[in-house]
Write a protein that binds this ligand. Structure first.
Ligand SMILES: [Zn+2]
Ligand SMILES: [Zn+2]
Length: 147
């Protein structure tokens, strides 16, 4: 995920994040060695079409869920690729060192939030939480992603 100015402007501030109703969510990589759990309502659901997300996921776009960093715990053999987003700020892309599944990203522009790849969630329906905002980054490549 590389965060554009549009995404940044649409995000919620920290006080709003704290008011979110708590919810348990969990997920894992393909091989199961990296697992995470979080007690938080997704603050942001974003669909990122940037070139680097396309490269790192091998698909036309990346669906990510932003949760407060303080609410998530991650275990397992995670490797980090230090990337740079469209903003010029750093984006750390974290993936399982065993199976290569992209798991989550740390975006310097939004340091309090971890962006989880929605496909790694045990319950992908969380990505449709009514409290989350769906944001889209348009790219040259693609039309609307499926809902
Ligand atoms: Zn991106
Ligand atoms: Zn794995």
């Amino acid at each position: 995920m590389c965060v554009s100015a549009g995404l940044l402007l649409s995000s919620r501030d920290e006080s709003q994040l704290r008011e979110e109703k708590m919810r348990e969510m969990s997920g894992r990589c393909l091989c199961g060695q990296v697992r995470y759990s979080a007690t938080a309502e997704p603050a942001i659901v974003a669909v990122c079409h940037c070139k680097n997300c396309q490269k790192s996921t091998g698909t036309a776009f990346s669906v990510v869920i932003g949760v407060p960093k303080s609410a998530i715990s991650i275990e397992g053999p995670v490797k980090t690729f230090h990337d740079t987003g469209d903003s010029g700020q750093s984006v750390d892309r974290n993936f399982c060192s065993e199976c290569g599944s992209p798991i989550f990203s740390d975006v310097a522009l939004m340091a309090d939030i971890v962006f989880i790849k929605a496909g790694t969630l045990d319950d992908a329906a969380l990505a449709r939480s009514k409290n989350a905002r769906l944001l889209r980054q348009r790219a040259e490549l693609d039309s609307d992603p499926p809902r």
